[in-house]
Design a protein around this ligand. Sequence first.
Ligand code: SF4
Length: 243
Amino acid sequence: MITTGFKDKIARLHLAAESWSPQQVLAWAFDAFGDQVAISSAFGAEGMVLIDMAFRVRRDFRLFTIDTEFLFPETYSLMDGIEQRYQIKIERVFSLLSPEEQEHIHGASLWARDADQCCNLRKVEPLRRKLSELDAWITSIRRDQTSFRKSAGKIEWDEKFGLVKVNPIADWTAKQVWEYLREHGVPYNSLHDQNYPSIGCTHCTRAIRPGEDPRAGRWPGLAKTECGLHVIEPVSPTPEAET
Ligand code: SF4
């Protein structure tokens, strides 16, 4: 049961952890939550940094991914490589609806007509279901990726999903990410070498052109920049929200 005292403790750690290295943040999370914490990854460059770091801190860490069943072959190939290199089993979480069931119920190409609903069905609901099993989750978001992420703490209370959220490389730059990958010989998605700095589903990701924002290839043509996993919803000021 989450108490006010526990949330206060997380709030204090939020400040203290600002000066911690990513490895220190990971070690704290593994010590504090044991098997009740897991890394969430879509295996972008940042995610690969985190997986490699975690392996050096605690070899039997938990790793899960939301498999929308619309990922690139290159992403599935990378997942196989991760399981072999780090000797772990990726926990794959799927939508309650297969792609065929989604088309039958909601019509063809839902992502083109209502991307938010498609993301809710294939990403947000599966994530919510997975997080309900955990006390904490670890992500590889960085503050300078999107406006929604700029206030991310390294350790924070996730009001949206009701557990602790740990973001060990929140203050890293893209340059640091790539330096780490090269320095440690970490594998990464081959699409990154084909002008895909950010990789999601095949239907909603394209290569970027010179000068474009690194996330311009996600949901091209739409104002959408996030699938909803890291978007903070407004918190009700009612007393119930304080519990
Ligand atoms: S990224 Fe596109 S295809 Fe993937 S779940 Fe969201 S809307 Fe659907």
